[in-house]
Each structure stands twice: as C-alpha cells, then as structure tokens.
Design a protein around this ligand. Structure first.
Ligand code: PNS
Length: 163
C-alpha cells in the first residue's frame, strides 16, 4: 500500500494541482490531499470551502484505481504524515525557481523524518506558470481565469466577489 500526502494551501485549487494529482494517481494507491490550516495567512476561501471545492473537482479527474481523500491539517507536515502512515510527500515543481524552496523543505522534512520521501512531480507545460497566487491576483483585477482553474472554482470566486 503506497500512500502519499499532497500538502498545500490550495487557495484555490488550480488545474496545475489537478494535473499533479492525476499523475500521482499513477504512482500511489492512495493520495491524501492535505490542506494546511494556517491562521496567520489571510486566505480567499476558508479551509472548509477549500476542502469542499477540492472534493467536488476531484470527482472530475482520472484517478484510476487510486483512492483520493481530502483532509485539513495543522502543525508539522512530517508529524501529520507519520500519523497517516504515509510513505511519501508529493510536491509539484513548475520551474527552477520553485526548486530552491522545495529542496529546502524536502531536506528539512528528511532531517525531521528520514523514512519519509519527497517526490517532485512536473505538471504539464500548459500549467507551468499557473499558481494560486497569480490566479487570485489577476482575477481580482478583472482578468479571465478560465482554463487555469476548474469551472467550479471560477464560479465560486465570482460568487464570493458578487459578480
Ligand atoms: O501550497 P503551499 O502554500 O506552497 O504549501 C506549503 C506547505 C503546506 C507544504 C508547507 O508550508 C508545510 O508543509 N507547512 C506545514 C508546516 C511544516 O511542516 N513546516 C516545515 C516545512 S519544512
């Protein structure tokens, strides 16, 4: 049983995240999408909304035989991974610029929990520039975000902004 944790803020989930999850489903028997509870960081969607949206949009992707579950977590990722008996952490890397930060985190996590492997995965090129931060920024400035996020996410963002 190979179980991975795919942690992140997912505020909001993008098509890049979903692409990584689909690819991860080919490698793992179970993937836990773990949404970080971070009260210090202001967010567009609440934790509950992010988990609910993820649950909905995950119904649309090709999961093969992989079980995909959504949970929220707080505190140290490695501790949460140990509680869930996960073998690996999955992180998406879009460009070299992501690599430095991701390498630091992966090595710190390895120091804290040597048995837990970090697996870096590359999304499709089409999503190599897509980030939750930029999606929110351009959306709030009135730009279109179709194709970057699932339709449900765009709908929920429009509802939130009253448009
Ligand atoms: O989507 P993000 O915001 O880039 O995800 C970052 C995340 C959630 C993977 C990272 O902040 C994290 O693991 N936070 C949990 C606290 C922790 O374990 N910090 C030490 C990381 S080395």
């Amino acid at each position: 049983m190979r179980r991975a944790i795919y942690p992140g803020s997912f505020d909001p989930v993008t098509n890049g995240h979903l692409d990584i999850i689909e690819r991860g489903c080919k490698l793992f028997d179970e993937i836990i999408i773990a949404v970080l509870v971070n009260p210090e960081k202001s967010s567009f969607f609440s934790i509950e909304e992010r988990c609910e949206i993820l649950g909905e949009v995950l119904k649309e992707i090709d999961r093969g035989d992989c079980r995909v579950v959504v949970e929220s977590f707080r505190g140290l990722l490695v501790q949460y991974a140990a509680e869930r008996k996960a073998n690996a952490i999955v992180r998406g890397i879009r460009a070299i610029s992501d690599y430095e930060y991701e390498l630091q985190m992966a090595l710190m996590n390895r120091r804290l929990q040597p048995e837990l492997e970090t697996v870096f995965m590359m999304p499709a090129e089409a999503y190599s520039y897509v980030s939750s931060r930029l999606v929110k920024e351009v959306f709030q400035l009135g730009a279109r975000i179709d194709g970057l996020v699932p339709a449900l996410v765009e709908k929920r963002m429009r509802e939130r902004n009253g448009c």
